[in-house]
Write a protein that binds this ligand. Structure first.
Ligand code: SAM
Length: 236
């Protein structure tokens, strides 16, 4: 945790917060902080700054804080992810939040196991927890929006055109004709397939809507490795 993200319930008065639970444990047991020490803090959705520890016990962390700078700039990339196995989704969401991605679309595809959509790991509270961990890791305060689109075709036909308006559109596909470009400095929608890959119909529908199929070389990567490698290459 490189940033303690203060949530509305933590704030007891202007510039004063009481923190409990996981973040308190982390400050006590991992940071091994003491009263008087400083911590980097930010307000959820807001500014960053410094806090001083006023009180620290196994029950509560009391902070005096001052916020004076904006969070890091958002990354203008929407990641469109054919729903991976829920345990992997958790890690991917955390990494995407840490990378500064602010819109993530979890979509269906022919090779997505239908039961994945029922997973408790996709419930809003579980998703939020992973996103917060990513923000804490990277020092950001702005939660990404996570959109669930459990029907591929209506999503692509009815909502994707507006969502991708003005953006370059890439679909990662091991059989893509072009190598994935480097360091793009423009708004982008990046689609990544499920563990079994997109079927040809899905690739051709995405191409109809302006997506270019790009590859990362001869190795077929698991979804998690592929997403992070793609973003490592695409972000400037
Ligand atoms: N057999 C599947 C196929 O051929 O599409 C493999 C799917 S791969 C495990 C899961 C997803 O990661 C793919 O749909 C693609 O979006 C992305 N991916 C994995 N390796 C890739 C590569 N070398 N180039 C581009 N995308 C890749």
């Amino acid at each position: 945790m490189n940033l303690l993200v203060l949530q509305p319930d933590d704030i007891v008065a202007p510039g004063r917060a009481l923190v409990q639970g996981r973040r308190l444990e982390h400050v006590r047991l991992v940071h091994r902080a003491r009263p008087g020490d400083s911590l980097r803090v930010g307000e959820l959705g807001g500014r960053l700054g410094e806090a001083q520890i006023v009180r620290l016990s196994p029950q509560v962390l009391e902070l005096d804080y001052c916020l004076n700078k904006p969070p890091p700039a958002p990354v203008p990339v929407t990641v469109l992810l054919a729903l991976p196995r829920p345990k992997k989704v958790r890690r991917i969401l955390r990494s995407l939040a840490a990378l500064g991605i602010k819109r993530i679309v979890l979509t269906n595809s022919f090779r997505v196991e239908k039961s994945f959509w029922q997973s408790p790991l996709l419930k809003p509270a579980a998703v939020r927890e992973q996103l917060l961990l990513g923000l804490e890791q990277a020092g950001d305060t702005v939660l990404p929006e996570v959109i669930h689109e459990p029907l591929f075709r209506p999503f692509v036909e009815d909502r994707l055109p507006a969502l991708a308006q003005g953006c370059r559109r890439l679909v990662a596909h091991p059989l893509g004709a072009e190598p994935c470009p480097h360091a793009l400095n423009e708004p982008l929608v990046l689609a990544v397939g499920p563990e079994g890959g997109f079927i040809p119909y899905e690739i051709s529908r995405l191409q109809e809507y302006g997506f270019t199929a790009v590859h990362l070389g001869a190795r077929v990567l698991c979804v998690e490795t592929a997403v992070l490698s793609l973003l490592g290459r695409l972000l400037p």
